[in-house]
Design a protein around this ligand. Sequence first.
Ligand SMILES: Nc1nc2c(ncn2[C@@H]2O[C@H](COP(=O)(O)OP(=O)(O)OP(=O)(O)O)[C@@H](O)[C@H]2O)c(=O)[nH]1
Ligand SMILES: C[S@@+](CC[C@H](N)C(=O)[O-])C[C@H]1O[C@@H](n2cnc3c(N)ncnc32)[C@H](O)[C@@H]1O
Ligand code: SF4
Ligand code: SF4
Length: 326
Amino acid sequence: MKDSFGRTIDYLRLSVTDRCNLRCRYCMPDEGVPSLQHGEVLSYEELLRVAAAAGRLGVRKIRVTGGEPLVRKGIVGFIRQLSELPSRPELTLTTNGLQLAELAGPLKEAGLDRVNVSLDTLREERFVAITRREGLQRVLAGLEAAEAAGLTPLKVNMVPIRGVNADEIVDFARLTLKRGWEVRFIEFMPVAGELDYTPENRFPAQAIMEELSRLGMLLPIHRQGPAGPAKLFRYPEGKGRLGVIPAVSNHFCGDCNRLRVTADGKIRPCLFCSDEIDLRQVLRGSGADAELEELLRFAAGVKPERHHMDDPGFKQEGRKMQGIGG
Ligand SMILES: Nc1nc2c(ncn2[C@@H]2O[C@H](COP(=O)(O)OP(=O)(O)OP(=O)(O)O)[C@@H](O)[C@H]2O)c(=O)[nH]1
Ligand SMILES: C[S@@+](CC[C@H](N)C(=O)[O-])C[C@H]1O[C@@H](n2cnc3c(N)ncnc32)[C@H](O)[C@@H]1O
Ligand code: SF4
Ligand code: SF4
């Protein structure tokens, strides 16, 4: 389907839970964020109806996200059901990786195509400082398991923040010399976690590029097909790739191809606009599939042209990132 700016919408980010087993400081506060009640969260059956409706409207890629999607019971079975949709979308998942060591094999077997793993530090004590929980070794084991299971190309997402972990950019980049992973550096976005977004702790794409250049010459990779948000590079001897996602400074809204559905059944036309469209009422009322499709089309129709998070004084209202799914 097309939006009102002529962009093709063929990517759906489906959040299956707002709960998480980490508390990353840049994403959500440790306490005080009320969890959705059981009855508020869409059942797998409801989520599947949404995915099927999106498939009929031309959605070709579904990313399962959260909160932490792997904490929801029955996630492997849900992936299997998604893989059996007549539209058979590309199936991907974004995870903090804590449970990947156990679940990578079953997820692949159920039909998951690939996985993106969020990891912001390679240092034990920093992992605890950033996420407020233990678990670095489990995430590292999860990355190995995902690769072994064939959930590839495997992508690692790192959000560099000045004074927190930006000094590890080169360490992360070094991973691409020996591993065939795509390591992506994402600009810190102004969504209130506990770490306030200030000019002091921003680490813009330009600064990321300068750090990456310290390790070697950056060869741009020009990709075939839809551009996607990451600008890609590699080192001459590298096995893997580097991605820089300039989500704030050099936004990629002109190529935006996505809609989001939150765990409680609201369509978000844009990551940064708090207007939402309620699907749950239709799912739980007498709503026919045609009505679901109508709401998805409507959401595409009201999708804004771009975000305004680089405007002075911008403040994100409403949900934290874990409630949206990134
Ligand atoms: N501003 C903005 N940021 C986004 C958007 N989609 C994803 N991101 C951010 O980019 C980072 C990586 O997102 P992922 O969940 O790995 O998804 P993706 O980049 O679409 O993944 P691929 O399909 O592998 O390219 C996260 O921090 C997201 O919050 C978007 O539409 N707008
Ligand atoms: C909200 S998480 C949900 C999925 C899963 N829990 C995970 O961490 O991968 C999705 C993505 O959003 C990113 N994210 C969260 N808060 C962010 C922020 N303030 N700026 C940039 N990215 C952020 C995370 O790093 C992660 O890659
Ligand atoms: S970034 Fe992901 S893992 Fe970290 S708190 Fe947010 S939802 Fe949880
Ligand atoms: S900020 Fe909104 S319009 Fe821009 S790429 Fe993200 S979802 Fe699309």
